[in-house]
Design a protein around this ligand. Structure first.
Ligand SMILES: Cc1cc2nc3c(=O)[nH]c(=O)nc-3n(C[C@H](O)[C@H](O)[C@H](O)COP(=O)(O)OP(=O)(O)OC[C@H]3O[C@@H](n4cnc5c(N)ncnc54)[C@H](O)[C@@H]3O)c2cc1C
Length: 623
């Protein structure tokens, strides 16, 4: 289903996250100088505590192999061992949607409902992943996946859940010094790397979405590009035409949504290949795709230049993006959800101390607890059992290589939709086809804990765009003093740098879903060392001139790979118009016997609030 102009923010100053916008310990030991130990880390002290694991995280080794064997190789597993466990509800996936489903199930069927949540990762939260560092001597938090709350979009349902959990985004905003891009503490910056541009060059105060044409021209004078590309760019940023003149609103909308942004840059902006390449990865964070896959509307109404060709200023001046943050991203929200379901994980916890609360993972899966969360458990089958009043669902999962089976009255699929056809092969063909349609967008967040922010401070940067690198941008995440955590901007001690973006697919891959698959394949094929080399290359070129010491100053590296990242939100250039009720996500998320479908995929929109709304719907559909 296409988005309406209103949803697209036509005519408004809308922004998105775009402004920015177990190999683990072994890998860490390779990358961290001797003597740097995670002193306060419970996991390295022998307690199960995955948030402090470094190395390859997100989709970590051990998390996805079983699902790939099932979905890619068509593997069948030996007959499962029946566990003597019966539940009212089994939830597949302990992301924000799965955790919300458990909450709504309790609300509908009572607090004593027996609920089992199965999750293939070694941690709960799904994309809402906490990276916790102790290598600098004090706990430092970073977001490993889902960043923040776009609270102004919340439905009444989501607001009610936030109230229940004590989350007040407005209060959180009051405790945030951090902001993205132009509104951020140190403003925007662009970094050109030697491999791509022949020299390492940092331009502070410059961005590709600078609203003032004069300032932009001054920045462009410093760009390490050819004379031709620079002249083209200057002309593009300063011209004033109106390609929409004479077009009706409908015609204008059709043009903006139906034309590739790069064609617009080329044909009307007068840019050649070299200049256009500057924008290639600019929307990795915001949309999770190459700019070449986006329409004019998807770019210019979300901050990319070009409005000056449409009768307006070159980019919107006021691009506030007032998102609410926890210091570990929405992982703190997931922790609050888990705490509400299983209070024994962290007695005395609330939204005011959630970020610093100590979680006891041994409480997650206790016999006798009404809600149990079982990690490292990949569901491979869910079958409706129809035996009259005792009808229900048999759910098979693999834990530690062993196929195990439990039974439940109901099951909510809160996992990615593209895996559901393999878990429930008896669904109608149309439903399975619709579920497979959801090819998620790969995303990458590499957190590097550095010893001090001195080099960043000296350069006067807090966030940097890197048009030539794997990660499209780098952010210094401090100044988020929420959830009981304190890390003031003025503190120049250890700080996580977040390298954020995706992995570009080869240029000759045209189809959008093929691009996603190619990007995912590369993401999984790269080793930790490949990622480490990449971030080190950037740190050396970017911070080296300010005294950053490559040996001394890198304390830990955590690579959060999300091969199945953003839900497919139907990009303009790739999406036909579907009749009401016939869009793939609507067909995909129909109930199937005692099984209903949640996850952000069910709303075809990659947001936390969507994941929650879909969980609510999925539970209401259970008889
Ligand atoms: C890097 C990144 C940044 C993001 N930033 C934001 C943001 O700032 N704001 C925002 O609103 N949204 C953001 N999102 C979107 C995010 O997807 C949603 O906000 C939300 O976290 C999705 O929750 P979910 O429960 O629907 O899915 P997930 O978080 O994907 O949870 C589904 C869970 O099911 C598990 N699973 C899958 N298959 C199986 C199986 N067979 N057996 C057991 N478990 C299984 C998965 O491993 C996963 O843990 C971001 C996403 C990513 C990847």
């Amino acid at each position: 289903m296409k988005k309406s102009d209103r949803e697209l923010g036509m005519g408004q100053n809308i922004t998105r996250r775009d402004f920015i916008h177990d190999a683990g310990l072994a890998a860490l030991s390779l990358s961290v100088p001797a003597g740097v130990v995670a002193s306060g880390d419970p996991d390295s002290a022998g307690r199960y505590y995955p948030p402090t694991r470094t190395g390859l995280r997100g989709s970590h080794p051990g998390a996805f192999e079983t699902a790939h064997e099932l979905a890619r190789d068509g593997r069948s597993f030996p007959a499962p061992q029946d566990l003597d466990e019966e539940y009212d509800l089994v939830v597949v996936g302990a992301g924000i949607s799965g955790l919300a489903a458990a909450h709504y199930y309790q609300a509908k069927f009572g607090k004593n409902a027996r609920i089992l949540i199965l999750e293939n990762h070694d941690d709960f939260g799904g994309h809402a992943k906490r990276n916790e560092f102790h290598q600098g001597g004090q706990m430092r938090l970073a977001l490993g996946g889902t960043h923040n709350l776009e609270h102004w979009k919340f439905s009444d349902t989501v607001n009610a859940l936030m109230d229940d959990l004590g989350v007040d985004p407005k209060e959180m905003l009051r405790n945030q010094e951090f902001a993205y891009g132009r509104n951020g503490k140190n403003g925007p910056a662009l970094w050109f790397d030697a491999d791509t541009y022949g020299q390492d060059k940092l331009l502070t105060g410059c961005s590709l979405d600078e609203p003032d044409p004069e300032r932009m021209v001054a920045c462009l004078d410093e760009f390490p590009v050819s004379e031709t590309a620079r002249d083209q760019l200057k002309h593009f940023y300063t011209m004033r035409i109106n390609l929409l003149e004479g077009k009706s609103d409908e015609e204008a909308s059709a043009y903006l949504k139906g034309t590739a942004y790069v064609d617009f840059l080329r044909q009307h902006g007068g840019l050649g290949d070299e200049a256009i390449r500057l924008f290639d990865n600019a929307k990795h964070g915001g949309w999770g795709v190459e700019t070449r896959s986006l329409s004019i509307a998807e770019c210019v109404y979300e901050g990319m230049p070009g409005l000056n060709l449409l009768g307006k200023a070159s980019v919107a001046e006021d691009r506030d993006y007032p998102v609410a943050f926890f210091p570990d991203g929405n992982a703190s929200l997931a922790r609050l959800q888990v705490h509400a379901l299983i209070p024994a994980v962290a007695p005395g916890t609330n939204a005011g101390n959630i970020a610093v609360a100590k979680f006891d993972y041994t409480q997650l899966d206790r016999a006798g607890s009404p809600v149990r969360i079982r990690l490292n458990s990949t569901v491979v089958n869910a079958t409706n059992i129809d035996s009259g009043v005792n009808s229900g669902v048999a759910v098979t999962y693999i834990n530690n290589g062993q196929p195990l089976r439990v039974k439940a009255r109901h099951c909510v699929m809160a996992c990615y939709h593209s895996i559901i056809p393999h878990l429930c092969p008896d669904q109608p063909e149309a439903q399975k086809t619709a579920q497979k349609y959801q090819v998620k967008r790969p995303l990458l967040l590499t957190n590097v804990l550095i010893r001090s922010s001195d080099a960043m401070d000296k350069l006067g940067i807090a966030g940097v765009r890197c048009p030539g690198r794997m990660h499209a941008s780098v952010f210094m995440f401090k100044g988020i003093n929420t959830g009981g955590y304190q890390h003031k901007f003025a503190d120049n001690g250890p700080v996580p740098l977040t390298f954020w973006g995706s992995i570009s697919p080869p240029e000759d891959v045209v189809d959008l879903k093929d691009q996603m698959r190619a990007s995912r394949a590369t993401m999984l094929a790269l080793t930790f060392e490949d990622y480490e080399r990449e971030v080190r290359t950037v740190l050396k070129g970017l911070l080296g001139p300010a005294g950053f010491d490559m040996k001394r100053d890198i304390l830990a590296i955590t690579v959060n790979r999300w091969p199945h990242g953003y839900a497919d939100d139907y990009l303009d250039l790739w999406t036909p118009e579907w009749p009401e009720g016939k869009a793939p996500h609507e067909i995909a998320s129909k109930p199937f016997g005692n099984i209903t479908m949640a996850n952000a995929d069910a709303g075809a929109d990659a947001y936390t609030h969507v994941a929650i709304d879909e969980a609510y719907r999925a539970v209401q559909e259970l008889a």
